[in-house]
Write a protein that binds this ligand. Structure first.
Ligand SMILES: [Fe+2]
Length: 183
């Protein structure tokens, strides 16, 4: 399996600008990282991001493309995210542009290729979530996402944060996929 099936480095000239914009816009949320819940970027902020990324977006797609949505992800120190597949039903996208914002040097994203099953689990609180089970969870590929990357999210994957600090990653999804190799 070619590495560009899983992810691909991408040159984002405005990476520093995106970092400082996100750090100042979400300063309070990043300082308090309350329970490390993902934060959906508001529509107004997405418009500003679109402006900052305008030339980079044009270089990626060869045309102007809208951002569908964007999420700020927090990973706890010394923590492995449960293996999961992103929910495609809402947006239909299988790629994300991941832009490191803070403390992303000491963490990896792992991908797994084994067969998996998803089942809906209902907690005592009534909240339901999709649980993924794999007979073989051998890591097929892993990468330090310490600079902007396009990553595949429609196969099982998980982030491991090895550091003692929260990892803050901006996930940008456009209305079209940034192509990755098909195998
Ligand atoms: Fe994911």
């Amino acid at each position: 399996m070619n590495r560009e099936y899983f992810c691909k480095k991408i040159q984002i000239d405005k990476w520093n600008e995106v970092q400082s914009f996100v750090l100042s816009t979400y300063e309070k949320e990043i300082d308090t990282v309350n329970g490390a819940m993902p934060l959906l970027i508001t529509r107004n902020t997405i418009c500003e991001l679109e402006q900052i990324l305008k030339e980079d977006t044009y270089k990626i797609f060869g045309k102007d493309i809208k951002i569908s949505h964007s999420i700020l992800f927090f990973s706890k120190p010394d923590w492995q995210q449960p293996i999961h597949v992103d929910d495609q039903s809402q947006y239909g996208m299988y790629t994300s542009l991941n832009i490191p914002i803070k403390n992303c040097a000491d963490s990896t994203m792992n991908w797994y290729l084994g067969e998996y099953e998803q089942s809906v689990v209902k907690l005592d609180s009534g909240i339901t979530y999709k649980k993924l089970t794999m007979a073989d969870d051998t890591v097929a590929y892993n990468e330090f996402i310490d600079r902007p990357y396009v990553v595949r999210t429609n196969i099982p994957h998980s982030v491991i944060n090895y550091s003692k600090e929260y990892r803050v990653m901006l996930v940008v999804r456009y209305v079209e996929n940034i192509p990755l190799l098909e195998n």
